[in-house]
Design a protein around this ligand. Structure first.
Ligand SMILES: [Zn+2]
Length: 248
């Protein structure tokens, strides 16, 4: 039997409906590292691009129910495949089909400034439309010469100390969750391309190396969907914290 309309409108707001408003009006630009002919870093047959695209797809599924508008800087079938929390996932695949939003294939063999600036342009377009409610998050996995190096860390362009805010929030939450290992946050003096303020005007922007895949334990974690969902929820919580602090 249908409930009368008055009863329906009187239903108290549920926790879920409150959560759905948390990131309403916020555009989160997700930039999965590498792709096309550039597999990124690799170790033991595990490729950074496969991990970063799956992480981006997972994080999108955490952010959308919170009301965020998610935009990817690249296109790929790997991003259209939506992971479901608690369900088994298809094997990781290299996003060889990745293109820039204009359809240009990523075929230089590695990331070149032209591609990185085209990725940043996606953030710039969002900024034009929705400033200041835009967040930019580049997702990568690191390698190190020292196999004992482990954990993840956030980076930001040294020219933009204010950009440390989201990076610092992620750093704090990574440390609290035991995800930092022995890695430290890095303000970078060199041009990281996607974070270059000339091309990417978004204030809350960071590049996160999520784990260090030259470390055996980190490699194992990076392949585990449970770990991925946990990290995605921590990244989403950091964005929510920035929104609450009225930083986005
Ligand atoms: Zn990378």
């Amino acid at each position: 039997m249908r409930k009368p309309a008055s009863r329906i409108t009187a239903v108290p707001k549920t926790k879920a409906s409150r959560a759905a408003r948390t990131l309403r009006g916020v555009v989160v630009v997700l930039d999965p590292g590498h792709g096309g002919t550039d597999p990124g870093a690799s170790r033991e047959g595990i490729y950074e691009a496969a991990l970063s695209y799956r992480m981006a797809a997972t994080l999108a599924e955490v952010l959308k129910p919170l009301g965020a508008e998610v935009r990817f800087t690249v296109r790929s079938a790997a991003l259209r495949r939506k992971p479901i929390s608690g369900k088994s996932e298809p094997a990781l695949i290299l996003p060889r089909d990745a293109t820039l939003p204009n359809g240009q294939r990523l075929n230089a063999g590695r990331e070149v400034p032209e591609y990185l600036h085209a990725r940043a342009a996606v953030a710039a377009r969002a900024w034009k439309q929705k400033r200041p409610h835009v967040v930019f998050l580049a997702l990568h996995f690191d390698v190190s010469e020292n196999p004992n190096d482990h954990g993840g860390f956030a980076m930001w362009d040294i020219r933009e100390n204010h950009a440390c805010t989201l990076a610092c929030e992620i750093t704090r939450r990574f440390a609290a969750a035991g995800l930092s290992g022995n890695r430290r946050p890095q303000p970078r003096p060199n041009d990281l391309g996607v974070l270059n303020p000339q091309f990417n005007p978004v204030r809350q922007k960071t590049l996160v190396e999520l784990a260090t895949i030259t470390n055996t334990a980190d490699r194992k974690k990076a392949l585990d969907p449970k770990w991925r969902w946990r990290v995605a929820r921590i990244l989403a919580a950091a964005i929510v914290a920035c929104k609450k602090a009225r930083l986005t």
